[in-house]
Design a protein around this ligand. Structure first.
Ligand SMILES: [Zn+2]
Length: 420
């Protein structure tokens, strides 16, 4: 496994015009690819609308991105080289970056999460590959214009040099900071596995060592709720269209930032609490929970879960799991039931437990390559002291497991609540 660590160095170079030129270059690269995409019609299995008892499949137009060497390294490269006054390698970086922007746009578009709208490059930063700068005697030298202009960063006395491990990798330059990454192939001893089931209002984890862990996401839910109300209120006022659009954009930016802030704190906590654990999350790409146009809420939930997965992956090792049947399968005997409501009941073995916990146990089993069995279930529960079998129900063969999760709801999240 590869570990990447990043450190920031503040700088005082005036690079804003260079960054702006690079942003325009990158946008031109995106435009160049966009204008040469071919659109084909395709019926998609996952996209349909339901009217009465009939399903109507929606034909979608799917883009094919030009990838030939001829296009990429000749046509597009020559196009971008025109009027580029800086070092040539930035053009190659821009091409690479433009492809990755379009790739991720396409992935979301195909899933129906984004419109058929050309991506716009807004952020001003440049990625500098390890082959495109030099590092000698504690100094990083980045060329801006060939043989003429370069910027130098003396990091010989930087605090992080003692802590950083591995080789220096990509640099990221923005207006105020240079971010230096280090890659190491150091092996991390893992303690165990913990699987997480993501829901709208909670994140439920399970591992035999820790038992059931529940992280409260009510706050995150609330953040989105607050902005939804704000948006609705604003839309009902609907005055001047243009200014309305701007305010709505501002809201969604703020909403996203606030959600990000929450998820950062949450995942930091989780990674600290379950240090050296491998964290299992459902692979949302495989989770087909949305038909073409479904509620706004679910989209938001999905966005949150993606964020939780990716932020955790910066801090810990993450394994992606197949979500198929994780909520339906009985984690004790393996029967597929159709759960209703908050608790899970198995019609074969009589297991009754919290629905989310059942899902988390299933995900844990998958993570470890195990399949459910009565004996295994007993084993898993034995090591975890968080619950007991109780009373009459246990005697009747009903395994109503009385237990409570270990709650993670740190007080410092409260600061996120203070909305204006
Ligand atoms: Zn069962």
């Amino acid at each position: 496994m590869q570990q990447i660590r990043a450190y920031n160095v503040k700088h005082s170079y005036n690079v804003s015009s260079f960054l702006e030129d690079y942003r325009l270059l990158l946008q031109r690269a995106v435009d160049g690819i966009w204008n040469n995409m071919v659109w084909i019609e395709r019926k998609r299995k996952n996209f349909y609308r339901v009217k009465g008892s009939k399903k109507y499949y929606v034909t979608r137009i799917i883009p094919i991105v030009p990838k030939s060497n001829e296009f990429k390294n000749h046509y597009l490269r020559n196009l971008l080289m025109k009027d580029w006054r800086y070092s040539k390698h930035y053009v190659d970086s821009a091409i690479k970056q433009a492809y990755s922007i379009l790739k991720s746009w396409r992935r979301s578009y195909v899933k129906g999460e984004r419109r058929r709208e050309k991506p716009t490059v807004r952020k001003k930063f440049v990625r500098i590959k390890e082959t495109l700068y030099s590092y000698k005697n504690g100094k990083i030298k980045v060329s801006i214009k060939p043989y003429k202009e370069y910027i130098m960063f003396n990091i010989s006395k930087a605090w992080f040099l003692r802590r950083a491990r591995g080789e220096m990798g990509e640099l990221i330059l923005n207006e105020h900071y240079l971010t230096i990454t280090f890659r190491s192939r150091e092996k991390i001893k893992t303690k165990g596995s913990i699987a997480w089931d993501c829901n709208e209002k909670s994140l439920d984890g399970f591992s035999p060592e820790t038992g059931w862990v529940r992280a409260d996401l009510t706050l995150l839910f609330h953040i989105h709720r607050v902005y939804e109300i704000k948006r609705k209120r604003l839309q009902s006022l609907a005055s001047k269209k243009n200014s309305l659009k701007k305010i709505l954009q501002k809201y969604s930016r703020k909403e996203k930032n606030r959600a990000k802030d929450f998820v950062h704190k949450l995942t930091k906590e989780i990674s600290r609490e379950f240090k050296n654990y491998v964290h299992g999350f459902e692979d949302l790409r495989k989770k087909n929970m949305f038909s073409y146009s479904r509620e706004h809420n679910r989209r938001i939930a999905k966005m949150n879960w993606k964020m939780i997965t990716s932020f955790t992956s910066y801090k810990s090792k993450v394994k992606l799991l197949n979500p198929k049947n994780s909520t339906k399968r009985c984690s004790r005997c393996g029967k597929i039931n159709a759960p209703k409501g908050a608790s899970y009941a198995c019609s074969r073995c009589g297991l009754r437990m919290d629905r989310q916990l059942n899902a988390a146990i299933n995900l844990y089993l998958q993570m470890e390559g195990l399949s459910p069995s009565l004996k295994l279930f007993e084993e898993l529960m034995k090591t975890w002291s968080g619950f007991t079998l109780i009373g009459d129900e246990a005697d009747e063969g009903f395994n109503e497991l009385k237990r409570s999760p270990r709650l993670m709801n740190p007080q410092n999240y409260e600061s996120l609540f203070k909305t204006t």
